[in-house]
Design a binder for this molecule. Structure first.
Ligand code: DON
Length: 534
């Protein structure tokens, strides 16, 4: 709000917010991780990939022991789990191309927060639930568990070393983090805990502008994230299948709609098995989104019965089987929009904090297919295209998305691992097809299917629909919460609207037009849930 009120555009606001989250939301945010952004600035639609990469010394069997058995913890905790961070370069590049305010002004709020911010109940409870992970690393515990426990709610948290990193980042750009003594400190922390990353890996990391995935559905124009995220492909396939099977004609909230969603996702996630980094993918995006392929997949869908997942794509479970992300959406008064999702993967990533920098490092390496047949922490089984290889980007499910029709534009996305594309798609369908207000759309109960395991996940409170799904041949499991969607939009009449998912403590706010015009101190009029602005 502050950045928009002082004349910044949607990109300035998105980058400033992402950097602020890197300070106050260590469970997910994010200088030691990576992410994706889909933006529309003026007439330009663009997609930035700042996904982590595998270190140059990575190898295919690095998460197997000498006998070939998986070592699941190695890709989740400690130095070997860490992918080469993409965020320092990513935020800078996003601002360089599309920002309007000076870079220092965009980094300033994060510096101020690192000098001292108030501990919220969400932060304290996040730390409490991951105490055991953080306690395994002395530097992480020293910063985030002072005296062995999370800091008290309402107390002031100070991160002086992170503030110094951010001041250098403001003055010098990404090299302040990715080269010289700070890069050496980062690599030393990784290597001291079993990692293989080098200073050259960190220094040579580059974010990549990719052609955004553009498609039309239900009368709207959409832009999603292409590979190495599977999110845009899953959404485009799903919406294409739903158009073909007449989803919009079924009553809102009906079991028919849920069944058709589950059947579409079953097929889209089955194709995800073929996907990986753009250089290693086993299926071309154009083929997966071609009308002929969607027609064939749509024809397979039986409106009255679930298809077994193994018939959609054969797969045999392997011999053995053994989260945290944040999304933000910004639309500014000119209709520019940014949907940005960043992640450390699991909560607090690998648990490892670089002591000199007070930056937590990701465990994104677990998003690779780390062992044949082993599902990752989201239960996803993945194929050869996503095997570990030097420099490769691990396949993601993150789904930052823009949708527009005339002057209307929606920016949307979610955390939640494999549930990201399904949660985002359901909210988007409620908005684009049913015309639901954002706050209603983000709150509606959701379901999820990801091909394997062959089951529909349902949120609580849907007992009769669950019974109906079982009658159609689905296996049903209940989960308390599927994703956490955040969306903003400019409506046809130019007014602005924001919706934050009641499942989490995220917030939504609309800055009144008169404040956008004045250069005065921001005083945003909160939307319904914004009293919890953190
Ligand atoms: O890129 C991905 O798909 C995962 N690393 C995202 C992880 C995530 O969303 C955790 N969130 N709660």
């Amino acid at each position: 709000m502050e950045v928009l009120a002082s004349g910044g555009n949607a990109t300035d606001a998105a980058v400033a917010t992402a950097l602020a989250l890197a300070v106050v939301h260590p469970v997910a945010g994010n200088l030691g991780g990576g992410g994706f952004a889909v933006v529309r600035m003026g007439e330009t639609v663009a997609a930035l990939d700042f996904r982590e990469t595998a270190p140059s010394a990575a190898w295919r069997e690095m998460y197997l022991d000498a006998s070939g058995a998986p070592r699941p913890e190695a890709s989740l905790v400690g130095g070997l789990a860490v992918g080469v961070p993409g965020s320092p370069g990513g935020y800078f590049e996003l601002h360089r191309r599309f920002g309007r305010l000076p870079w220092e002004q965009v980094v300033a709020p994060a510096i101020r927060l690192a000098e001292g911010f108030t501990v919220t109940s969400r932060l304290a409870s996040d730390l409490e639930s991951e105490k055991a992970l953080l306690a395994r690393f002395a530097a992480s515990a020293r910063v985030w568990l002072p005296g062995g426990t999370p800091p008290r709610v309402g107390s002031t948290m100070r991160l002086p070393r992170l503030a110094a990193v951010l001041r250098a980042y403001a003055a010098e750009g990404p090299g302040a983090v990715t080269a010289g003594t700070r890069a050496e400190a980062l690599v030393a922390a990784v290597r001291a805990h079993g990692g293989i990353m080098t200073v050259a890996d960190v220094a040579s990391y580059r974010p990549v502008w990719r052609e955004p995935l553009r498609f039309r559905a239900f009368g709207w124009e959409l832009a999603g994230m292409p590979l190495p995220s599977s999110g845009g492909i899953i959404m485009a396939q799903t919406l294409g299948l739903l158009e073909r099977v007449g989803w919009a004609r079924q009553p809102a909230g009906s079991v028919q709609r849920l069944h058709l969603l589950a059947e579409s996702w079953r097929r889209a996630f089955a194709d995800r098995f073929l996907l990986g980094d753009p250089a290693s993918t086993r299926a071309a995006t154009e083929h997966l989104l071609a009308s002929a392929w969607l027609d064939r997949r749509a024809a397979e869908i039986d409106p009255n019965h679930a298809s077994p997942s193994t018939m959609v794509r054969p797969w045999t479970p392997g011999p053995e089987e053994a989260p945290e992300t944040t999304h933000l959406s910004v639309v500014d008064g000119e209709g520019n929009a940014v949907a940005l999702t960043t992640t450390l993967n699991g909560s607090f990533g690998s648990g490892l904090l670089v002591p000199e920098l007070e930056i937590l490092l990701n465990n994104e390496m677990d998003d690779f297919a780390t062992a044949p047949g082993r599902a990752n922490q989201y239960g996803l089984v993945q194929g050869e295209a996503n095997a570990v290889a030097p420099g490769r980007r691990m396949l993601s499910s993150m789904t930052p998305t823009l949708a527009w029709r005339g002057v209307e534009i929606v920016a949307i996305g979610s955390p939640g691992g494999s549930r990201i594309p399904t949660a985002t798609t359901q909210v988007l369908l409620a908005v684009l097809v049913d015309g639901a207000p954002l706050e209603v759309a983000v709150a509606q109960p959701r379901i999820h299917h990801q091909w394997m395991p062959d089951e529909v996940l349902c949120e609580d409170g849907e007992a009769s629909l669950q019974a109906a799904l079982i009658r159609l041949g689905h296996r049903v499991q209940v989960r308390p919460r599927l994703g956490e969607v955040h969306a903003v939009r400019r409506r046809g009449n130019g007014s602005l609207e924001a919706g934050a998912d009641p499942r989490g403590p995220g917030t939504a706010a609309v800055l009144p037009a008169r404040l956008l015009e004045s250069a005065g101190r921001p005083n945003p009029i909160p939307s319904r849930r914004s009293e919890r602005l953190e």
